[in-house]
Design a binder for this molecule. Sequence first.
Ligand SMILES: [Zn+2]
Length: 459
Amino acid sequence: MIVHVGIDDADSRIGGCTTYVASRVVKELVELGRSFVDYPNLIRLNPNIPWKTKGNAAVALRFSTDDPDSDFQLICECVVNNSEIHTGNANPAVVMFIGGEMPSELERFSERTLTDVVSSKQALSHAASHQMRIATWGNGMGVVGAVAAIGYKLDSDYTYELLAYREPENWGSKRGVDAESVRQMDRETYPLTFNNYDPKAKRILITPRGPDPVLFGVRGEDPTTLLRALSVLKVKEPIHSFLIYRTNQGTGAHLTRPLDTRRLKAYTSGYLDGEVASFPKITVGGHVFFKIRSESDEVACAVYEPTGDLRKIAVKLNPGDSIRVGGGVRPRSRSHSTVINVEYIQILKTTPGYRFLSPSCSKCGRRMTSLGRLKGYKCRHCGSRDERLQKLSEVLPSKVEEGLYLPATRAQRHLTKPLQRFGLEKTKSKTPRPEGVWYFFATHPQDTGLIPISPEILV
Ligand SMILES: [Zn+2]
């Protein structure tokens, strides 16, 4: 029979990583001879929820077994042994659903976890109504992602990520990934891999910073390209293991629903169409704020300084520009109104800007001063006045072009759909069965010296 196992929140803010724990589980299941019917799924949930763990990632494993109960037991033990429960910072959950056909209400629940805020109570009630096996530790919040991952089908657009992990003794030390080889890999695999490198900041993006077990992660369109990318990388420390995940990263899936301007629910994600209603203002710290008018409501939008390129576009918007903004809802506080934290701007139609000027003096040519509304102007320099003169407006051509604008690569979220992926989207299709090399577990990595991965073992 086919079972679906969801694992979430096995990581914590200080270290660890849900995908690493999942990779340990996969190793055990592979050794038991379980047959996987899909690549492990790495599901990113609503990134605008502030109480998320690091990347808000959950994992689903789908395989056939004749002994789901003992598998569930084994998986729970593996999660306990490998996650950060002992530090009190992880709140893992393991959930198992038995059966082939996914209930449609479970799919809808999963879709909601991408854009909305859902409670562990709601997740538990779904789990209970579908007779799932459930194990939770800590505060039990992990159950949301675990149930969501099971129900998330990845049947429209999706991508892959090859995640390589470090030897535990190397956790916390500098990662031995050669930067030049990352740039070479990026050139050789473009456009089939993405977000390897930020050319403006000259920064490698495949390696996380921090003490977690991930050595690097390469994102791309298909497993074959990821293995090719791996063979180009020069890695100066042993690879403990790797796993290829199928994932919703890079699909923009959290920003596909319209936000309701009447009820901008805190921490939801989506998009809003409207007209720019005010000139953008730059605040202390370099953040850009402007208002968008949508269906007679005005909503404040914030484009933060680290978004780099996106911020540069935002400051050039003119009132009247017709745009779509995607992002998350930051709730009203004592110091500010409800704000959309902008993750992309699509300029649908530009309008020229304008500014009002006082007329020039006909005698001396200098700028005149208003005598009050509709009362004309006088010249403070030569004393001439003219009651009939009116304010002049000057048309300023738009400084932006229509199109889609994203934050700098380094500031993009896991779910952000990079520009290069437009046109590469996968369409509704059958679940791809894992084939070829989709995992690697070093048996005695201490004996292998440097890289245990060579192109030969990848074919
Ligand atoms: Zn004058």
